[in-house]
Design a protein around this ligand. Structure first.
Ligand code: PBG
Length: 341
């Protein structure tokens, strides 16, 4: 054992109070900042936006104060504002003009996300456009894939549609595709389809560990994607299972994922930490709609200091091990970080 290690593992009693006083490093703001282990940057954030059809549309989302469904023209404005604040990426969710059993709006070359992506890349070429790859916003039944006669989701038939969706998004200019449907084999199917048409440079950000969570409630209002029957428990994971989460992550690595996502973030900080320890790939965590809503609601009642609670929450997600934080707070947090500089 080296001398350094020997010293580090010396019994705690060898230097203790009153010689050791941890408060010494907490005395002033400058000292605290000097020894801060985790910091937030606007470039860590991905800003999710709900894009709807029409022009000059801005429909506030009730359970997500400050967020709105926006038409493409307003999306460009939103994204420009985010870029000004130092945010480098948006994650797009689409509200199509119509829905059907096969979710055809998801892979329509002129669909809402495809048009939004093209418009955004043209207006702001430097802004990363990440697109959600899922059918739930486009199916009339609200499930993330196509249904068999018995009402269950047909995994393998859905893979082909997810692959078509990802290819059409990449064709429109998407920089990164993010499959969230929780179909087995979705990452591999999408990777193969992208590669087959020459989109070898488009990374896949995999919703690798995605739990069936009550914290998606506000999102489903925002995206109008609540399942019309049943729930998503037969494809999204059981939140009680951290070992299974590791298998899901491993599987997505094997299928070629470039970034691994853990979702939701706050109730699953342990999964983020385990993912960080087990894999060298970038880890993203999704600070989901319900996490945003509960903080906003408490703040609106005067029960929490919104800005402090927001920064503490985002810091906890990074401290747990996330490199990338997907959050509806992106603009608020970036604004605050800038004013604190
Ligand atoms: C679509 C999707 C959902 C979220 C992201 N992609 C909803 C769901 O799975 O029901 C939730 C994000 C959030 O709550 O902010 N499959």
């Amino acid at each position: 054992m080296s001398e350094l290690l020997a010293r580090r593992s010396a019994p705690a009693g060898s230097a203790a109070f009153p010689v050791v006083r941890p408060r010494r490093l907490r005395r002033t703001p400058a000292l605290r900042e000097l020894v801060r282990e985790t910091s937030l940057r606007p470039a860590d954030f991905v800003y999710p936006v709900f894009v709807t059809h029409g022009r000059d549309v801005r429909v506030p989302i009730d359970p997500m104060p400050g967020q709105a469904q926006v038409s493409i023209d307003n999306l460009v404005r939103e994204a420009a504002e985010a870029e000004q604040l130092g945010i480098r990426a948006v994650l797009l969710f689409g509200l199509p003009p119509g829905k059907d059993g096969l979710g055809t709006g998801a892979y329509d070359p002129n669909g809402i996300i495809q048009e939004a992506t093209a418009a955004l890349k043209q207006a702001l070429p430097g802004m990363l456009v990440i697109t959600d790859v899922c059918l739930c916003e486009y199916t009339d039944h609200g499930h993330c894939g196509v249904l068999l006669d018995d009402g269950t989701v047909d995994n393998d038939a859905t893979l082909e549609l997810l692959a078509r969706t990802a290819v059409s998004q990449a064709d429109a200019g998407a920089d990164v595709v993010a499959p969230s449907a929780m179909m087995d084999g979705q990452v591999g199917a999408i990777r193969a389809a992208l590669d087959a048409v020459g989109h070898t440079d488009v990374p896949v950000m995999a919703y690798a560990s995605k739990m069936a969570s009550a914290f998606y409630g506000p999102f489903r209002v925002a995206a109008e994607s609540t399942p019309q029957s049943g729930d998503r428990k037969a494809y999204q994971m059981d939140g009680a299972n951290a070992r299974e989460a590791m298998r899901e992550l491993q599987q997505d690595v094997a299928e070629g994922a470039d970034v691994l996502m853990v979702k939701p973030a706050l109730a699953y900080l342990d999964v983020i930490t385990r993912a960080r320890e087990a894999f060298d790939l970038p880890i993203a965590a999704y600070n989901v709609s319900g996490e945003y809503a509960m903080l906003k609601a408490a703040a609106a009642n005067g029960w929490l200091d919104e800005q402090a609670a927001m920064l503490e929450t985002l810091t906890s997600i990074k401290r747990a091990g996330a490199d990338i934080v997907i959050t509806y707070f992106a603009k608020d947090a970036a604004r605050l970080l800038r004013s604190n500089d």
